[in-house]
Design a protein around this ligand. Structure first.
Ligand code: GTP
Ligand code: MG
Length: 230
């Protein structure tokens, strides 16, 4: 039988909701697979929409994450737009070996996020960094589309879209995948902290409000239970 204090700890853990967006094939699902199972699959399996959970330690806090993986394909635009509700942070992905996907960060994704997420921080994520030094990409400079994106360009775009942070990873080599989610969690924590009431009276008012809401829910639940069992 589970011990009561375990339930207490589990309940007090912060929970943050992330939504992961970006062009189709840019590597969103692979990044989540590595976070959850530490395995990389080289075969492409298109996503429709999928919700996953994960636990992560950030600055000595164990945090629960609920991550919505979306489809980057245009034909799923309508469906994807239903997944934004309740998100604390948006992870906007592009692939460092595909300039088009970085251009779409500005041309497509920025406006979609602005439309559906008000006041939600965005973390710009460059994926597939293992392909940056791939000879088949770097040896074709005459095809400008295939010159990999460098960190400086990434920061310029991050500033342009007002991103809260900018990170890179490779699902293939598992390099910095956890770092991406640690950064996003820190951004969510900072945002939550900033939204906390600052002075004593604001804190007191907010705590009293929480207290009454919780107790009101308990009373309602007890009344319902008694009605059902009477
Ligand atoms: N070399 C390399 N390949 C990767 C990496 N991440 C993903 N891929 C490959 O890129 C392809 C697409 O990856 P997905 O993670 O399915 O892409 P996605 O962004 O989820 O695509 P949608 O679900 O259509 O939006 C797959 O064949 C992966 O194996 C990476 O870090 N390095
Ligand atoms: Mg996917």
């Amino acid at each position: 039988m589970p011990k009561p204090y375990k339930r207490g700890i589990a309940r007090s853990r912060p929970v943050f909701r992330f939504v992961v967006v970006g062009d189709g094939l840019c590597g969103k699902t692979s990044m989540l697979d590595v976070l959850k199972t530490s395995t990389f699959c080289q075969y492409y399996r298109p996503t429709v929409i999928e919700s996953r959970t994960a636990e992560i330690w950030v600055d000595d806090n164990l945090v629960d994450l609920v991550i919505t993986d979306t489809s980057g394909q245009d034909e799923n635009d309508k469906l994807r737009q239903t997944s934004y509700s309740g998100a604390h942070v948006a992870l906007l992905c592009y692939s460092v070996n595909d300039r088009n996907s970085l251009e779409n960060v500005v041309d497509k994704w920025r406006s979609e996020l602005t439309e559906h997420l008000t006041n939600v921080p965005v973390v710009l994520v460059g994926t597939k960094t293992d392909l940056r030094d791939e000879p088949s990409i770097t040896r074709t400079p005459f095809m400008t589309r295939y010159v990999p994106v460098d960190s400086q360009e990434q920061w310029t775009v991050a500033e342009r879209i007002g991103a809260a942070a900018c990170v890179e990873c490779s699902a293939f080599s598992a390099d910095s995948v956890c770092g991406v989610f640690e950064t996003a969690t820190r951004v969510a924590m900072l945002r939550k902290e900033a939204a906390q009431p600052k002075n004593y009276f604001q804190r007191l008012r907010s705590n009293l409000k929480k207290f009454f809401v919780v107790n009101f829910c308990c009373v309602q639940r007890t009344a319902k239970y008694m009605r059902v069992n009477s």
